[in-house]
Design a binder for this molecule. Structure first.
Ligand code: HPA
Length: 272
């Protein structure tokens, strides 16, 4: 595993020269949820392809922009587009947005994603992530924690932050946005899961499946940030409904949900 600090020094130095302010809260927008970035007061946008060594996003629905924005007097760092392991990037590249946030002294992180639902989750639900699981990248995650901080080794990882989750629940109540809760299961992709995999996930306690977020949450927590995460359920997980999954359905459902998603995220930012 590479040294993230060294590898991205040129990038973070370049960013430091361009930023309009030091942000307090970082927000990563998941597939189809990027439009939120247009609903805030943007002070400065930096295309990620102008930053040295920033991995290119190869997924439809993921623009490569970093926005410095304001809302309710809070200073935000918004990632419109993320980096996924299934794009062929290694975990230390996928956590670059978190590394940058840490370098800019961000203390709170809200992660969002699109996910397939099972158990009590159905398309267009929003789900507060209460815990996560994966087989796929467990080893890399453990290495990441070691990389992030020596003191986190062999210690309980504080994800999700109970403090943030309290705020997220309260934001949902106040905005009257129904918010379910459940366990996020990371799959490596790039294809969606098989129905058999989903049966396994169901038996092992997963409620939503997706291909992101886990490494970001683990890394940010290991760096001492408070992390909360929300899934937008865009489809039934494979085998739950007879329809074949596709990225178009994911994007279409995200489009349907964007109103309540926007209200919820704005309220969370207000309460943070
Ligand atoms: N599986 C994995 N990732 C996803 C899904 C899914 O069903 N929906 C959106 N992202």
């Amino acid at each position: 595993m590479i040294n993230i600090e060294d590898k991205y020094k040129e990038l973070t130095d370049s960013l430091n020269e361009q930023i309009p302010f030091y942000p307090e809260i970082a927000l990563i927008l998941g597939s189809g949820l990027g439009e939120f970035a247009e609903k805030v007061n943007t002070i400065k946008t930096i295309p990620t392809n102008e930053l040295p060594n920033y991995p290119h996003s190869t997924v439809e629905g993921h623009k490569g922009f970093i926005h410095f924005a304001e809302l309710f007097n809070k200073k935000l760092l918004i990632y419109q587009g993320r980096i996924h392991p299934y794009e062929g990037y290694n975990i230390s590249e996928c956590v670059l947005p978190i590394h940058i946030a840490h370098k800019l002294n961000v203390k709170k992180v809200i992660l969002t994603n699109a996910a397939g639902g099972l158990n009590h989750l159905k398309p267009a639900d929003l789900m507060l992530i209460t815990s996560m699981n994966t087989f796929n990248i467990k080893k890399e995650l453990t290495e990441l924690i070691g990389l992030a901080s020596l003191e986190m080794r062999n210690r309980f990882l504080d994800f999700p932050s109970e403090h943030l989750n309290k705020i997220i629940r309260s934001a949902a109540l106040k905005e009257e946005v129904p918010l379910k809760e459940g366990v996020y299961w990371f799959g490596m992709g790039p294809s969606y899961e098989t129905p058999a995999e989903i049966k396994m996930v169901e038996k092992l306690g997963g409620d939503a499946v997706g291909m992101s977020t886990v490494h970001e949450a683990v890394y940010a927590s290991a760096l001492g940030m408070e992390v909360g995460a929300i899934s937008c359920i865009t489809n039934y997980a494979a085998g739950i409904s007879p329809n074949k999954l596709n990225h178009k359905e994911v994007m279409e459902t995200a489009e349907l949900v964007k109103g309540k998603f926007e209200r919820l995220i704005k309220k969370i930012i207000k309460l943070l």
